[in-house]
Design a protein around this ligand. Sequence first.
Ligand code: SF4
Ligand code: SF4
Length: 418
Amino acid sequence: MSASVEKGINALKGQIDSTVATFFSSCVHCGMCADACLFYTETGCPTRTPIYKAEPLRRIWKSEFTLMGRIGKLLGLTKPVDEACFSRWEKMVYDSCTLCGRCSMVCPAGIDIALLIHKTREGLAAAGHAPQGLIDATRRSVETGGPMGVKLPALLAQIRHVEKDTGLKIPLDVVNADYMLLLSSMEIINFPEFIEAIAKIFNKAKLSWTISTESYEATNSGIQIGVSDIAAELVQRIVDAAEKLQVKTVISPECGHAYMAIRWDGPNLTGKPFNFKVRHILEVLDELRLKGQLKINKKDSRRLTYHDPCQISRRGGVIDQPRHLINLFAENFVEMPDAGKMNWCCGAGGGVSANERADDLRLKVFQRKKDQLDKVKPDAIISACSNCRIHLEDGLEEYNMDIPLMSLTETLAEYLED
Ligand code: SF4
Ligand code: SF4
């Protein structure tokens, strides 16, 4: 057995606990998870059945942790986890899964299949079977702070532009601020309008807020690739900055998996509770709405719909807030079928967008989003995740759909009372 296979197997063994054992022993092989997954529904490929994507982990659980499996192993009857197995499952686990969690919602046995797939990634990554794009993004995150290699001078340059355009000061490294805003690299590079929108809204609401120049990146490649040590290190950088500035609340920006990483996985990764709150930007904006600090005086009469980012809505529970906010300005809001917690993934989360090899597949499975959109025929789509936004734009172009796409935060800033 090669050293890399041994490392992969050991990493899989390390993922097995009572939860994993209960999940695998509860599966009744009904196949219901298949119809919940866009990678199955849009390709019809049975190997893309969600629970099958966790097969390397199941094999290790069965052969090492069950009596029948051990006997089978002694008799040479169990299917091995070897180089060929890791090689085959690499594409199934990284290219054909966005960790969207939709399969977990339908399983009659209550199995969190997305969790099992995420744990399977830990074994694949340890065995050296992760996509190059994700490996590079993770290396850049460790070395420079972010997956796109965006360094502080680039952020400061964008901040200078925003300050010039808005006439507003962006507060940096303010000790004792109420809120510390995180940003995704995509917002810094592709959508600096988001920073501008925050500056306008927070200034109107007279919020005490800041950005840390020591830790501003929200995304966490360690979680996407499946290397917990790196994921924990990236979370710890945010914790250190928040503690140094003694802020009360850390704001996760318009990025789905970043919210999952810092709000829900974060304390588990670092091994202790945070001494600050974590809120998604939509939660903060909705709190401002409730306090009467978000005044909108423009209406949008177009037929608008909302794409729920999986990690924010389904896995994060932020479902009502965007709708309250949209209703501040939308006169003609329409829900897509399956909206909210059962929304269909855009097809590019969970590191798929960082994996060039998966480009054709993610565009193929966008057919599912197209079908949803075709049912309501919106004039414009609103969302709250930069990664969804980039991929939705790609998908709309691929399928010749001329529908504008709007960020919720940016739209609110645009419609803000003068
Ligand atoms: S988490 Fe989402 S993409 Fe992954 S297998 Fe489940 S339904 Fe499919
Ligand atoms: S839906 Fe649940 S019980 Fe049915 S095959 Fe999938 S994981 Fe197993």
